[in-house]
Design a binder for this molecule. Structure first.
Ligand code: PLP
Length: 449
């Protein structure tokens, strides 16, 4: 039985009507990958307002690792909502906040004493991690990377790389300094020389542009998310941490997109053998509810004085209950292994497309964080942005929801819920393969004319 069931064209008349109303009532600045309006979603299947069923390979941009409306999450939310929807942790405490802090301290890398605070979004968590690092080190600077994405609030935006997200929103934070990320596909030094060249570049940056003695922290996504699922060489993060340790620079891992099981480990840092001073996590932590956590060394987290940290809704009891249910789901064991199996199955198909389609420049993954980068020419690696946009549109028309990524918008990333079945996965990949083949044929025609 196929999961994709289309009863109208995509987008259908109801979606189109709401999209028109959206254009009038909601700012255009909020990007939308499709014009779909949805009614419900379970597991990896979404039903839109026209009654079409589509496969969701975007997973709320990495928020739904346990799937849409996971039974445990829904039950925990309903139970909690009946008892206490809000208190404000700055007014009085509640059990779930403290027990979730205790659980995250155990689950994040590092056996040292840790403390945890909760906020509502990835960007807010990034902001708080930097505030804490600045306070603890008494240094103003922050080191970040090209192609990084850390959010859209003002400091997080300063740390975010892509100019399209930042244009017109200045001034940016003047103490942020940026260096290239170790990108095996695009580094001039190639995959094997990429770590050494990138680390040497940072050392040079410290001589030419930024005094390392003034830098509080480096913030890094273990695998670049929005930047195009760029998986660094295995030794890069360790080398980076060693370099930073030498200058007393704290290591903040932004695991907002890589976290909570996506890569086959709870945190992607675990693949690379690094122990961050502070871990920022959000998205799939809340299983669809807005929740983010900052987990760090206890002495750093305790640096800000009383009332230096907080927020009215931070660590809302309903979102906290959802996160407990998410952790319970992972504790059952099979989802992390499933992430690796899903990633391997997707990669196998992508390698076939790589062989048959010159448009596919690179296939890369860590666990179920999988992407293809599309190029007009494999030698020059000229980004194929228009073709990527068209593939995403063609796939949606045929019932698969996808999100593009990358500084050049030429990457198709897959963030399918980890509860997807093999049959659903194969069905969705067949649609994506068809969309790629259609673009490939068009591309070949253009090349010949
Ligand atoms: N950090 C990373 C790595 C992200 O991928 C994102 C969002 O995509 C953020 C931070 C910002 O999270 P939020 O959108 O919840 O503010």
């Amino acid at each position: 039985m196929p999961s994709i069931k289309l009863v109208t064209e995509i987008p259908g008349p109801v979606s189109r009507a709401f999209h028109a109303r959206r254009q009038a009532a909601v700012p255009r600045g909020i990007y939308q990958a499709t014009s779909l309006f949805v009614r419900s979603a379970h597991g990896a299947v979404v039903e839109d307002m026209d009654g079409n069923q589509l496969l969701d390979f975007a997973g709320g941009i990495g928020t739904l690792n346990v799937g849409h409306t996971d039974a445990g999450v829904v039950e925990a939310v309903q139970r909690q909502a009946a008892d206490l929807t809000h208190m404000c942790f700055s007014v009085a405490g509640y059990e779930g906040y403290v027990t979730l802090a205790e659980r995250l301290a155990r689950l994040t890398p590092g056996t040292f004493a840790k403390k945890t605070m909760f906020v509502n979004s990835g960007a807010e968590a990034v902001e708080n991690a930097v505030k804490i690092a600045r306070h603890a080190t008494k240094r103003p600077g922050v080191l970040c990377f090209e192609d990084a994405f850390h959010g859209r609030t003002q400091l997080a935006l300063s740390l975010t790389s892509k100019v399209a997200y930042k244009a017109g929103f200045g001034p940016m934070d003047g103490n942020v300094t940026r260096v290239p990320f170790a990108n095996p596909y695009r580094s001039a030094a190639g995959p094997s020389g990429c770590t050494r060249a990138t680390i040497a570049g940072i050392e040079d940056h410290f001589r030419r542009h930024a005094d390392p003695a003034q830098i509080a922290a480096v913030i890094v996504e273990p695998v670049l998310g929005e930047g195009g699922f760029i998986v660094p060489p295995p030794d890069f993060l360790r080398s980076l941490q060693e370099l930073c340790d030498g200058y007393g620079i704290l290591f903040i891992a932004d695991e907002v997109q890589t976290g909570f099981g996506r890569t086959g480990r709870l945190f992607a840092c675990e693949h690379f053998g690094v122990t961050p001073d502070i871990v920022v996590t959000a998205k799939s932590l809340g299983g669809g509810l807005p929740l983010a956590a900052i987990v760090g060394r206890a002495e750093l987290m305790d640096s800000p004085a009383i009332s230096g940290l907080g927020g009215t809704y931070s660590g809302n009891p309903v979102a906290i209950a959802a996160a407990h249910a998410v952790i319970d789901r992972f504790a059952k064991g099979e989802l992390l292994a499933r992430a690796e199996a899903i990633g391997a199955r997707i990669e196998a198909r992508m390698r076939e497309w790589e062989r048959s389609s010159p448009l596919v420049g690179d296939v890369r993954r860590l666990g179920a964080m999988v992407a293809i980068e599309l190029v007009k020419d494999r030698a020059t690696k000229t980004p194929a942005k228009e073709e990527t946009t068209e593939i995403v549109r063609l796939a949606a028309e045929r019932g698969v929801i996808l999100m593009p990524a990358g500084t050049y918008s030429n990457v198709i990333r897959i963030l399918v819920p980890l509860v997807v079945t093999d049959a659903e996965l194969d069905e969705g990949l067949a649609v994506l393969g068809e969309a790629i083949e259609m673009q490939n044929a068009k591309f070949k025609m253009q090349m010949m004319s």
